[in-house]
Design a protein around this ligand. Structure first.
Ligand code: AMP
Ligand code: MG
Length: 402
């Protein structure tokens, strides 16, 4: 059976890019940047006050200072600061020439006050520094980023903090990679849609919606193709349509070895070259991956936990690779609360866990790969690798966040 790493290598190396497009900043969140972004200005663009206070010379801190002007943010200073002078200054304003520090307003005492100070020339405020010492409280021009620096690299998954950088450097329409369109087909005679009450032998189709949410969460574009009954004709018809309209198709169910598990054969009959059909992962062994004319098809097991796990492990990195992003799951370490033992160690075994603030990693009680509510209590998955039969209580484990 194919090892998981080999399967991952096959899917990620098969991924093809879909080109690029420019989008408005407001629509760039969760897209993948397709170009390096260069800063077009120094940041900060001028020596900027980090405080509301008075800009002055450090050498004059023990003296009374005369306020020569007020400098709000967005206004150029008109005066140079000379000996025993200062300018009242607001956070974000340009520090005037001659000043080498800004003393906080909280560290000053007004000695003489002129009510029309902003316009008054002859009769000015005088102030005094009453603090013990002061930082410069000046953010120097270019101290964060210099004009011409690369601020973001192609391949970055754009989050809120990246949006702020793009905005700051004037990249109002970033170039991003085109997101794959993903068609989702549920198979199974027993399935009804969630708004229907199942009869005694039916269950609701949860996989299509779970997968669509996972696809959207991975920055791709899901489309539902409903439920196909377990006949070659029905599945084939829906598959043909989904393959014509998408870059990737995910078929849920029908990939194991039952009489009604027809998906693998149907994929082959539709010209899909199967690259693998079993992976050494529990849950999720009968996972199928193939390609036809640059359209990629995944067949995922129908059990919801299996589908969830295999999407996380294989499909998500694949979709991001199509967008030019190297997906790295968020993971953290913790101490296993209860020993895990197993006899058959043929496959990587993924288990839902919850991690406490004390770093203790507790397994969630979980009956089978149909037990979807178990995943709702979990904040991560841990892996017992193939070949390992026991992980002892207290051992350090890596939790993959879900
Ligand atoms: P299969 O992979 O088709 O053999 O299905 C395995 C199990 O998953 C069966 O118990 C199915 O009823 C269940 N199952 C299949 N498809 C879905 C679905 N779309 N939503 C929820 N459960 C499903
Ligand atoms: Mg089925």
């Amino acid at each position: 059976m194919l090892k998981f790493d080999e399967a991952l290598q096959i899917v990620t190396s098969s991924a093809r890019k879909l080109g690029t497009e420019r989008v408005e900043l407001g629509r760039a969140s969760n897209r993948v940047l397709a170009e390096d972004v260069i800063c077009d200005i120094d940041m900060p663009p001028f020596n900027k006050s980090a405080m509301d206070g008075f800009a002055c010379r450090r050498a004059d801190l023990t003296n009374e200072l005369t306020v020569v002007e007020t400098i709000p943010a967005g206004v150029m200073p008109k005066k140079k600061i000379g000996k025993n002078q200062c300018a009242k200054i607001m956070t974000g304003a340009v520090v005037p020439e001659g000043a080498d520090c800004v003393i906080m307003v909280e560290h000053t005492e007004v000695l003489a006050h002129n009510s029309s100070q902003r316009s008054a020339e002859p009769e000015r405020d005088r102030i005094r520094f009453i603090g013990k010492c002061t930082d410069s409280n000046i953010a120097a021009k270019g101290e964060d980023v210099k004009k011409g620096d690369v601020v973001l690299r192609a391949g970055v998954l754009i989050k809120a903090q990246h949006i702020a950088v793009l905005a700051s450097v004037g990249c109002a329409r970033p170039l991003v990679t085109i997101a794959p369109r993903v068609g989702i087909i549920a198979t199974g005679d027993e399935l009804v849609e969630p708004d229907r009450k199942p009869t005694a032998c039916q269950i609701r189709n949860s996989n299509s919606f779970q997968l669509a949410a996972q696809v959207a969460g991975a920055s791709a574009i899901p489309t539902h193709y409903g439920i196909a009954a377990d006949t070659k004709q029905r599945i084939s018809a829906v598959l043909t349509k989904a393959m014509a309209e998408n870059d990737v198709v995910i078929v849920s169910g029908g990939v194991s070895v039952g009489d009604c598990d027809l998906v693998r054969d149907i994929l082959k009959e539709n010209g899909v070259k199967i690259l693998f059909e079993r992976v050494a992962v529990k849950p999720g062994r009968p996972t199928v991956f193939g390609v036809a004319d640059e359209i990629f098809c995944f067949g995922l097991p129908g059990n919801p936990v299996s589908g969830f796990v295999m999407f996380e492990l294989l499909v998500k990195p694949f979709l991001y690779r199509m967008m030019g992003h190297d997906f790295k799951p968020t993971s953290y370490r913790g101490q296993l609360e209860r020993t895990i033992k197993r006899k058959n160690a043929e496959r990587d075994f993924w288990l839902p866990v919850v991690t406490g603030y004390d770093g203790k990693v507790a397994q969630i009680d979980y009956h089978s790969s149909a037990h979807i509510t178990a995943l709702c209590e979990a904040d991560g998955l841990i892996c017992v690798p193939s070949g390992v039969t026991e992980i002892k209580e207290g051992a350090t484990v890596v939790v993959r966040q879900i």
